[in-house]
Write a protein that binds this ligand. Sequence first.
Ligand code: EPZ
Length: 409
Amino acid sequence: MHGNVRISGAKNSALPIIAASLVSTKKVILENIPDLVDVRTMIELVEYIGSEVEFSHNTLKMHTPKIKNFDAPYDIVRKMRASYYVLGALMARSNQAKVSLPGGCAIGPRPIDLHIKGMKALGVDINVSEGFINAKAKKLIGHDVNLQGPKGTSVGATINVMIAATGAKGDTVISSAACEPEVVDVADFLNVSGCHVSGQGTHTIVIKGSGSAKDVEYAVIPDRIEAGTFAVAAVLTGGSINITGCCPEHLASVLDKLEESGGRVTRKKNSMFVNGHGRKQAINVYVAPFPGFPTDMQAQFMALLATVPGTSTIKETIFENRFMQAVELMRMGADITIEGDTAVINGVRQLSSAYLMASDLRASASLVLAGLAAKGETIVRRIYHLDRGYEKFEEKLRSLGARIERQSE
Ligand code: EPZ
């Protein structure tokens, strides 16, 4: 694959920022919003809650003069876990919320105990019954809370509690906060819209409650996982791609591992040139919260390492069940053994085409990449998973020389 590709806005920033926009009674204009199925689902949810929304050409205009509904219905939440971000927003805006409990998903049980712990710390009377999170408070009160979880920090809990705390009286100090670039992006958005958040990007975030809302215009950061996916595609196919509109700094751990495996990366402020002409070598990948290696990139690396000579390993420390792409890659002739939370990958010369089934968003991206490098024509089913997180994926791949097309079932 050769050529230029422009990266879209970050899904995992856009979703919480759209939800956080419910807090303000003022007009909100969001730029660089990717046109994804999940974004459309979040728009459906905030409109149900009471927002007037216009969305076109990656610009979203939103205004919520009045909250009409204080709940997030099961039929919307079951489609997208990130719906739980309206819990923090409704508590900050109206001190009450009823949110359908997001179940587990393909990659793990994904409990929300830290979200509930954080809300309780702010004085919220919160319980879970009949599949709903029921939350109310006379007034949110700022308080210290430690959000350390069994797998380390939590992106979702940090963001949800941070949003809620903007509506509290007094200061909130979140310790063991997640440091992901998306957490920083939400905090920066809250500050532009009149709140007082500091420490974002570190493990201690301070929110001075009750900022004064103001009209806001904000552009979300580029999607580092989409950028990482195209960087892997360049090395996997032995090509060279200039990836623009991205922030290499946000995926330093990914690019370091790509270089260790034989890729060559030229990093600039908002772009990077990746070529895969170099000799490949086996590596060990250890997944960890930011600035560690992101769990959302391990599936794509498994597809890459399946044809890298030698024995590589990937240790997945965040989600319990995120190696589902392995069995599909084995159908293509990959030599992979799963030992608990570690995948052992013995590189083969080339994968061969096969009929494949996608199981989740990042697994589906890894199967498409593997298909691009395999001998013969590969068919990947259940690609609705892809549309949740990649904007115009096959168009972008085709513009880089990939022979790929979408067919209806
Ligand atoms: C976000 O999920 C992302 N989703 C995920 O990306 C990403 O994989 C994950 O962060 C980790 O980086 C969105 O931003 C919408 P967590 P989130 O809370 O917030 C446990 C993708 O492919 N935990 O950081 O749900 C949890 O089970 C998606 O775009 C608790 O135990 O992740 C997990 O093991 C997939 N209790 C770990 O912490 C809690 O209350 C990290 O989860 C919350 C989390």
